[in-house]
Write a protein that binds this ligand. Structure first.
Ligand code: ATP
Length: 282
């Protein structure tokens, strides 16, 4: 199949597209016939029930796992058709902030951000220093460059991880639970920062988050992953207005709906040794 860039003006083609993708781990199918597109410059939030497959979508996009069928396109190129070198080059165009964005505890804030630059480039020290300070400035932490990770707050650590994720000037940044464990103020700051950096640096961003309030504030598009599928994709407002019972239950945080609060179990009576009665829930 011809790459997108050769059939559409580059700016109109999505940066990321999953076309009819199915994938799993071992024999277990996790995603089935998933379609998803992420436009250039946009911020997409992936939401959905725990274990629904959101992180798996990020792993597909970063080429860590391969689909069983269907295709994953990055900038018009099918990841499955790439050799190791091409995949490596594509990964360099992606910044990742996965699961708490753990910092290297024995490296200073400065060296944490410098790490990918030292790993992937041979920049002279003076230029590397300027780049690191620019990234730290972008997250408001230029003055904290000499601190060790143990000396910064959780919210600051997350911002250092963010500066590290954008150190190589990626086209795409993948965030897995970037707000986990943050207090409401730090969370708001981190969310705003992710949006501002996306726009100021011309990035495209994908965020997996359970924090719907903050995510809906900053996302252009929201995709809900459930039961192995993308059950809805639209603007935050479209998802809020959705009449789909599953989307409604999730977005409005209703305890019961298509996703049942009670997992299948023996009856309450059987488990507690009570006589069987009609009308006792569930
Ligand atoms: N490496 C793996 N090997 C086997 N099964 C896995 C692996 N990673 C994830 N899974 C399973 O795949 C399913 C989807 O996991 P995934 O982490 O993508 O979900 P998620 O929507 O990101 O969940 P959460 O919101 O809880 O982080 C889960 O049932 C999980 O147990």
């Amino acid at each position: 199949m011809a790459p997108y860039s050769s059939i559409l003006p580059v700016d109109d083609a999505p940066l990321i597209e999953l076309r009819d993708v199915s994938c799993g781990y071992g024999d277990r199918i996790i995603l089935e016939h998933v379609n998803l597109r992420v436009d250039r410059g946009s911020l997409l939030a992936l939401i959905g029930t725990s274990g629904g497959g959101k992180t798996t979508v990020l792993r597909l996009i970063s080429g860590q796992i391969k689909p069983l069928s269907g295709q994953v396109f990055f900038d018009g190129q099918d990841l499955a058709q790439m050799d190791r070198e091409q995949l490596y080059a594509v990964r360099r165009r992606m910044g990742m902030l996965f699961q708490f964005g753990a910092l290297f505890t024995d490296l200073s804030v400065f060296e944490n951000v410098a790490f990918p630059l030292r790993e992937h480039t041979k920049l002279p020290e003076a230029m590397l220093r300027d780049l690191v300070l620019m990234k730290l400035n972008a997250v408001g932490l230029r003055g904290s460059r000499d601190l060790m990770p143990s000396e910064v707050s959780g919210g600051m650590a997350r911002r250092v991880a963010l500066a590290r994720a954008i150190a190589l000037d990626p086209d795409l940044v993948l965030y897995d639970e970037p707000f986990a464990g943050l207090d409401p103020i730090s969370l708001g700051v981190a969310a705003r920062l992710i949006r501002d950096l996306n726009d100021a640096l011309g990035l495209t961003s994908i965020i997996v988050s359970h924090d719907l309030h903050e995510t809906f504030q900053i996302a252009d598009q929201v995709a809900m992953v459930a039961n192995g599928r993308v059950v809805a994709q639209g603007t935050p407002q479209q998802l809020r207005d959705s009449e789909d019972p599953l989307v409604r239950q999730f977005v409005r945080a209703e305890a019961d709906g298509p996703v049942r609060f009670h997992q299948p179990a023996k009856s309450v009576q059987a488990d507690f040794g009570l006589p069987e009665q009609e009308g006792i829930a569930p």
